[in-house]
Design a protein around this ligand. Structure first.
Ligand SMILES: Nc1ncnc2c1ncn2[C@@H]1O[C@H](COP(=O)(O)OP(=O)(O)OP(=O)(O)O)[C@@H](O)[C@H]1O
Ligand SMILES: [Mg+2]
Length: 247
């Protein structure tokens, strides 16, 4: 299954949500950092320590000589036991648009025995990672709950539906709200975007920093509000897998 997380504007928590959900996935899942504005995991989750071979640029080079599946295990890095395997993003803005997504994305969507959760950063209508969004089994628009955030999300939602050829209500394009209630509820934002609501992740700065900034998790981290809700959302998202009933 290929799941893409994307934001409309601001920094609502795409990277944090992608990592939290992947860490709670029911089977092996890797996170691919494809943020077109430059990847964050080397400096964030990796706190500046990241092997140079474990990146999307290196994966793209491998594509010249072999299938994606062969290259993936060489290109992932797990910075610590609580982390999912991750492929870091680009160091330069715009490089994500040079990736041959039309070849890479379908192969990622059909991996045997594993799923891929992609941090697509802020949505860019032209270039960006549109080629990947088109073949994703699930695109999650991540939004905060302020008026500004809700407005931006409602502008991007129709573009995403159009890109995926998804009608109103099609769960392939769904909403994930981070820190609902500032002041809008997750459902109010979903209604404004005309998107099905997958769910919401709570305001949990301590747990979020583990993913966004690579801080050491406290002993209570696995029981944190963020991780518990990420687990619930992971199981809801997994049900949208087109092969779910066969799994
Ligand atoms: N559920 C949450 N509760 C509290 N803080 C959060 C939550 N999710 C993310 N944050 C915090 O919000 C900030 C931005 O998070 P993150 O980097 O994941 O956002 P982003 O949407 O990926 O941003 P960008 O577009 O810049 O890549 C970080 O400081 C992170 O710790
Ligand atoms: Mg990010």
């Amino acid at each position: 299954m290929l799941i893409a997380l994307v934001s409309a504007k601001g920094s609502p928590g795409v990277t944090t949500s992608a990592l939290a959900i992947a860490s709670q996935w029911h089977r092996p899942a890797l996170v691919l950092d494809a943020d077109p504005f430059g990847g964050d995991v080397r400096a964030g989750l990796g706190a500046g320590e990241w092997p140079s071979h474990a990146g999307l640029a290196e994966l793209v080079v491998d594509l010249r000589t072999g299938p994606v599946e062969q290259s993936l295990h060489r290109r992932v890095h797990r910075p610590a036991g609580h982390c999912p395997p991750v492929i870091a993003g680009f160091g330069c803005v715009g490089q994500a648009s040079s990736v041959p997504w039309s070849r890479l994305a379908p192969e990622l969507a059909r991996l045997d025995g594993g799923d891929v959760i992609v941090d697509c950063g802020r949505f860019v209508a032209v270039d960006g990672v549109v080629g990947l969004l088109r073949v994703a089994d699930l695109v999650l628009l991540v939004s905060g709950s302020t008026l500004r955030a809700a407005r931006s999300a409602s502008r991007v939602a129709p573009l995403l539906r159009e890109g995926l050829d998804a009608g109103v209500g099609d769960p392939r394009v769904s909403l994930l709200v981070v820190r609902a209630g500032e002041p809008y509820s997750a459902q109010e934002i979903a209604d404004g975007c005309a998107l099905p609501l997958l769910g919401a992740l709570p305001d949990d700065p301590r747990a979020a920093e583990v993913w966004s900034d690579g801080t050491r998790p406290a002993r209570s981290f696995p029981r944190s509000a963020l991780q518990r809700e990420a687990r619930r959302l992971a199981s809801l998202a997994a049900r949208l897998d087109p092969t779910w009933s066969a799994a």
